[in-house]
Design a protein around this ligand. Structure first.
Ligand SMILES: Cc1ncc(COP(=O)(O)O)c(C=O)c1O
Length: 360
């Protein structure tokens, strides 16, 4: 009989959504809109697609460049850091997992907010660690309470800024206060998957703490504004001593040839990033107005999704699904809806309006 450690046996797997095509077949619907995974509705940058050319495809018999030379070089230039201060990952998801495996032993602890990105507690449990989940205050990370939750066993603090699923940010003053209290043997993971969407001027400056030589790992990704979620490429920025340890733990070829080339081109396509940001800003404003008219309470967002409150989120989710709109239920009374293209936002609002009317 194969035995797994208890903490693995008790781990609840991440449940991926069904492929859209399969869902449509089962429900007998067509032209559904997917607003469930905070992807870029504009699609990938044309330049990224062009970079996946014949020459590149013809080289797929070779392993990728395990050091990610060109992508790291471009990121280093863009960010004003050294190449050794960057690590590439199979999505930023892999990097937070590598951080856990590098810096935490079974029995040790990580502090995180809740609700926040579901992968943090899963990754910690997979390592046999314990997760202290500090409730959000006003839908934001309570960084003071999180600092107080640190014990001698704590090795990592996770901060999603903006937070998923609420779209809220923490301010520079709040992060500074937390950093002033964090012990020297704790790594602070500053997960900035939605960094490029933020417009709030008080947004915390994670790079300041990196430059000050603190134990921070700043995580960003090509999955969101760059529109490359399917290719799986993200990056981390940290002191070289931190990354030297993580480099031992990551897989040698963790980002593919195609992913590296497309990410490099996407990074340079500022027009696509700008357009994505603009569409998102307009979509947010549209949704705020329509949700207001429907009397649906929501949390103003700094990301590309909106957290909103409905009665019986599961039923609302199912009713929306029957109308071909796929969103994400979050607990009993909330939905998280990705900001889509104008037509997709209209489809969502119309479907939500009908669903709420049916209830009355
Ligand atoms: C807060 C947060 N962090 C990290 C990720 C992981 O993104 P990826 O692995 O695609 O870079 C996500 C994805 O939804 C997220 O919402």
């Amino acid at each position: 009989m194969l035995k797994v450690p208890e903490y693995i046996a008790e781990l609840k797997p991440y449940v991926p959504g069904k492929p859209v095509e399969e869902l449509e077949r089962e429900l007998g619907i067509k032209d559904s809109v997917k607003l469930a995974s905070n992807e870029n509705p504009l699609g990938p940058s044309e330049k990224a697609l062009e970079a996946i050319d014949e020459r590149l495809l013809g080289s797929l018999n070779r392993y990728p460049d395990g050091g990610g030379y060109y992508l790291k070089e471009a990121l280093a230039q863009r960010l004003g850091v050294a190449e050794e201060e960057i690590i590439l990952g199979n999505g930023s998801n892999e990097l937070l997992d590598v951080a856990v495996r590098t810096f935490m032993k079974p029995g040790e602890n990580a502090v995180m907010a809740w609700p926040s990105f579901v992968v943090y507690p899963m990754s910690v449990q997979a390592q046999g660690g314990t997760a202290t989940m500090v409730p959000l205050t006003d839908f934001r990370h309570d960084l003071e309470a999180m600092a107080l939750a640190v014990t001698p066993e704590t090795k990592i603090i996770f901060i999603a800024n903006p937070n998923n699923p609420t779209g809220t940010i923490n301010t520079a003053a709040e992060l500074d206060a937390l950093m002033a209290r964090v012990p020297e043997d704790v790594l602070v993971v500053l997960d900035e998957a939605y960094y490029e969407y933020v417009t709030g001027t008080s947004y915390a400056d994670s790079m300041k703490h990196f430059r000050a030589g603190r134990n921070v790992l700043v995580l960003r990704t090509f999955s969101k504004i760059y529109g490359l979620a399917g290719l799986r490429v993200g990056y981390g920025i940290a002191r070289r001593e931190i990354l030297a340890e993580m480099d031992k733990v990551r897989e040698p070829f963790n980002t593919s040839t195609v992913a590296q080339a497309a990410a490099l081109a996407a990074l340079k396509d500022e027009e696509h990033v700008g357009r994505s940001r603009r569409i998102n800003g307009e979509g947010k404003e549209f949704l705020y107005g329509e949700l207001g008219s429907l009397g649906v309470r929501y949390v103003p967002t700094e990301a590309n999704f909106v957290y909103m409150f409905v009665q019986d989120a599961r039923k609302t989710y199912e009713a929306l699904l029957m109308r071909g709109v796929i969103v994400r239920p979050m607990g009993p009374e909330a939905l998280r809806v990705t900001v889509g293209l104008p037509e997709e936002n209209r489809r969502f609002v119309a479907a939500l309006g009908e669903t709420l009317k049916e209830r009355r």
